[in-house]
Ligand binder design. Structure first.
Ligand code: TYM
Length: 324
């Protein structure tokens, strides 16, 4: 089985990225052929500063490796190091119905918030379809916000296959129920563009401040509280063991627990959770050459597969030299 996913380097990774997606990348690298990439071409729709993009790509690769992505098991690369993807995007654009893109929420949201929508943002799901289809991907581990894009990918692949024959494998999204949508400090989906994220590797001081600012209701300390109706508890569940979850839930229900205390528990557990990764990250950051080698080797492996599938697609629609 080919597993594939991409992540945008538009900011430092946060809990939503980790629990919704990165955690799955790591577990799926064990038994499957896993390809993971840093979606720098997608990031161009947001980041317009060269140095910032270069830094964020590097930070993204370091974060993924520190969190447990193992280059001897999985292939890690930069999206832009596989130029075949851009060519396939064009082939796919020619079979993509505009109405499929008009309904895509990433575009609708940004437009709805009054942000400038350019053609890159509008056609973003087609680039994503090319990312997925070019590696014959079977499984795409993502958070729930990306499921719609994978449905569009299937629509595009089906349309192409119905016109030109069985060229593409139809991929499936893999979403974890427990963390399909991680909420941020304002109770909305945790998202870089909403500014409500808690990053994986920020300083303890900053992380604590953000955790303390998570929105809660105004129930008094002594009153009993409903753990199932509290963002702090929702986040706590991502980190805690079943017995820790049960213990904190009982304290909520018993009354006498202030939200500040629950937040402190969340802070401590989250610090513990990423402590080993933070240490590994420091060691990795010191070896810049090794990081480049990992990304170069990953790109070479990814390009080999991409060239094969792009060749298949080109031949199917009559491009280039078809006689041998
Ligand atoms: P991106 O960079 O926005 O997010 C990366 C991954 O993190 C997940 N995620 C979340 N999961 C749960 N709760 C949240 N609050 C949360 N926030 C983010 C996302 O679902 C995603 O899995 N278009 C993609 C990148 C991409 C891609 C691809 C993904 C480009 N090509 C091909 C898969 C396959 C994106 O913007 O993800």
């Amino acid at each position: 089985m080919r597993v594939l996913s991409g992540i945008q380097p538009t900011g430092r990774f946060h809990w939503g990225n980790y629990f919704g997606a990165i955690r799955q990348y790591i577990s799926l690298q064990e038994n499957d052929q896993a390809f993971y990439f840093i979606a720098d071409l997608h990031a161009l729709t947001t980041i317009r500063d060269r140095d910032q993009l270069v830094t964020l790509c590097r930070e993204a690769a370091l974060d993924l490796l520190a969190l447990g992505l193992d280059p001897s098991k999985a292939t890690l690369f930069r999206q832009s190091d596989v130029p075949e993807v851009s060519e396939l995007t064009w082939l796919l654009l020619t079979v993509t119905n505009l109405s499929w893109l008009e309904k895509c929420h990433a575009y609708k949201d940004k437009k709805g918030r009054g942000l400038a929508a350019d053609a890159g943002l509008f056609t973003y799901p087609v680039l994503m379809a090319a990312d997925i289809l070019i590696y014959d991907s079977d499984i795409v581990p993502v958070g729930v916000d990306q499921v719609q894009h994978i449905e569009v990918t299937r629509d595009i692949a089906e349309r192409f296959n119905s016109l030109y024959g069985e060229v593409f494998v139809l991929p499936e999204a893999r979403v974890l129920d427990s963390s399909a949508k991680v909420l941020g400090s304002d109770g909305e989906k945790m998202s870089k563009s909403r500014g409500n994220v808690i990053e994986l590797f920020e300083s303890p001081k900053k992380a604590r401040k953000k955790i303390m600012s998570i929105r809660t209701d105004s129930t008094a300390v002594e009153a009993a509280k409903d753990p199932d109706n509290c963002s702090v508890f929702d986040l706590y569940k991502l980190f805690a063991s079943p017995s820790q979850i049960e213990a904190l839930a009982s304290r909520y229900r018993a009354g006498g627990l202030g939200y500040g205390e629950a937040k402190q528990e969340l802070f401590e557990l989250s610090q513990e959770h990423f402590a080993a990764a933070a240490e590994r990250r420091e060691a990795l950051a010191a070896d810049e050459r090794r990081l480049d080698e990992i990304l170069d080797e990953g790109a070479a492996r990814a390009r080999e597969k991409a060239a094969e599938v792009l060749g298949r697609a080109r031949r199917a629609c009559g491009l280039g030299r078809t006689s041998s």
